[in-house]
Design a protein around this ligand. Structure first.
Ligand code: ADP
Length: 200
């Protein structure tokens, strides 16, 4: 079974993905793949250089200078869309390939960790979805603490995402992370058991 794992900033998705690995589930991380597909010799690398010019390649490392590229697309929607139209399909293909490989090696469950699964409408990539949930006020507290940001800075980041209460309505399952880490571990353990029972 391919499960799509998502959350909102600071709800605890990374923590849950680590815990799932602890239960021997394979987790394919969209953020990691997104960095891999733009490495030199990967197809997306050539396409990006063609679209944005040699200047975005670091002379020192020969890799794409992510900060520079980020600045170029930051406030230019057309360029951002152009970049996304190169990177997103490459990420999706690479994630699917990795999931298939894991299945070939006998994995019964493959988790695709996709931060913006709902916003990007990637339901077709997975068979079931699970959201790591924490109330918005807790998201804000945790991100302020983790990233050393002010409340306003966190609220600005939250505005780029669908509100967590709305996400909750769109998924099959919810892992509640409004309690302690011990309680979260119990939630994840119960979820793993639920899925294993479904597959049995
Ligand atoms: P996400 O990946 O969803 O942005 P993280 O897993 O990084 O969220 O969690 C956000 C922050 O909150 C991290 O610093 C993490 O250690 C902390 N955290 C997550 N869950 C809990 C919890 N149940 N209790 C205390 N701190 C938590």
């Amino acid at each position: 079974m391919i499960i799509g794992l998502t959350g909102g900033i600071g709800t605890g998705k990374s923590t849950v993905s680590k815990m799932m690995r602890g239960f021997d589930w394979v987790v394919v991380d969209a953020d990691v793949i997104a960095r891999q597909v733009v490495e030199p010799h990967e197809p997306a690398f050539e396409a990006i250089v063609e679209a944005f010019g040699d200047d975005i390649v670091s002379e020192e490392t020969g890799t794409i200078n992510r900060e520079k590229l980020g600045r170029i697309v930051f406030d230019d929607e057309e360029k951002r869309e152009r970049l996304n139209s190169i990177v997103h399909p490459a990420v999706r293909e690479a994630m699917k390939a990795e999931a298939e490989e894991a299945k070939d090696y006998g994995a019964e469950v493959v988790v695709m960790d996709i931060p913006l699964l709902i916003e990007s409408d990637l339901f077709h990539m997975v068979e079931r979805t699970v959201l790591v949930y924490a109330p918005e006020e807790q998201q804000i507290e945790r991100v302020m603490e983790r990233n050393g940001l002010t409340e306003d800075e966190v609220r600005a980041r939250l505005r780029a995402q669908l509100p967590i209460e709305e996400k909750k309505q769109r998924v099959d399952d919810v892992i509640d992370n409004s309690g302690s880490l011990e309680e979260l571990e119990a939630e994840v353990s119960a979820y793993v058991e639920t899925i294993h029972n479904l597959l049995a």
